[in-house]
Write a protein that binds this ligand. Sequence first.
Ligand code: ZN
Length: 408
Amino acid sequence: MSRVSNFGHDIADRETYSPPGTGGVAAHQEKAAKPPFKAQTGWSFATDHPVRAYQRMPSAISFDGTATPPVPRGEYAIQTLQTQTLQADRLNFMRLAIFAVLFFVSAAFAQNQNLDNVQIHTLHVQGNVYMLVGGGGNVTVQVGDEGVLLVDTSFAQLSDRILAEIRKLSDKPIRYIINTHLHADHTGGNQAMLQAGASLQGGGNFIGRGARIIAHSNTFERMSGLLGSDKPVPTAATPTDPFATESKDLFFDGEAVQVFHVPAAHTDGDSIVFFRRSDVVSTGDVFVTTSYPIVDLQRGGSINGVIAALNRILEITVPAEKQEGGTMVIPGHGRLCDEHDVFEYRNMVTIIRDRIQDMVQKDMTLEQVKAARPTLDYDPRYGSTTGFWTTEMFVEAVYRSLKQGAKQ
Ligand SMILES: [Zn+2]
């Protein structure tokens, strides 16, 4: 969390900042450009929306709340390519290639890592808030007199270990679960956590259902099979309290808890959660410290939405003395951060976006963009040639996202 530089905290600077000599050509055009994504509040189940075409694609995510099948990474996708491209024309081949790329991402979200030996570690962040780390996505735990509130629930296979850690922090029931988005490494434990909990609001439709699960309506619809083509999760693992507004709030354990929807970012159903008195933000996967941003185009993500989400986090966070600490930030994956970490990450993503945007405007093909290595100087820190989210996949996602945005 070292702070080697401070470029000020003016919001306008945040949106347009690009250090000299780093290729941020389009940064100053940010405001002039047409909105890169549409406001997505207020959709009803029946409403169509801009990414529906992408949701027709096959998906490999298993949200059944049980052990994730050990799908060899991308094997299905390769087989599909091998069998179907025999009679496919070039266009179909390209479509399948996109499917294959998306499949890699999907398989990775389902995570084929062996979780048997994963240990869950607990870190006190500050105030009422703790962070559980190990295996899947980070789990945020808020404890207090009224009970336990969780942000995300990691993989189903880790539920016993996660519950054991929660019990070390509080013997009170789990009252609320907030899902930042639908991926199984963040929601797989929903059912176990819900059943281990108890709602404060007795009666109603959810009597006996345990804790309540809050999530953006797009996340609810995708997990329920109402939107997209993901396999629906069991009813007991779906959100009980979806919201279609820009935000939702509750007062719990002596503090305001604000849930903000950030549109079309990692997915189209992302939320970030702000614990106002504890002064902690839990971001889900719009912010990770372990890789370049993961843009799930198939589920409504976009690179400009990721940058907007990072800027939203920067609006909330306030650093303390010498720009260190203050509001603490729990990323979807990776280590505990403060504002400056988000600031550096936002700058990196913006610079790379601007470089690729410039190449798109010059009508460069995807192959030409890849060959130009627009991420080169950041690759030692965030790049990868193996694993589920390689540098190439990131560059391709940014390219496609910007192309897609340009068509709207
Ligand atoms: Zn995710």
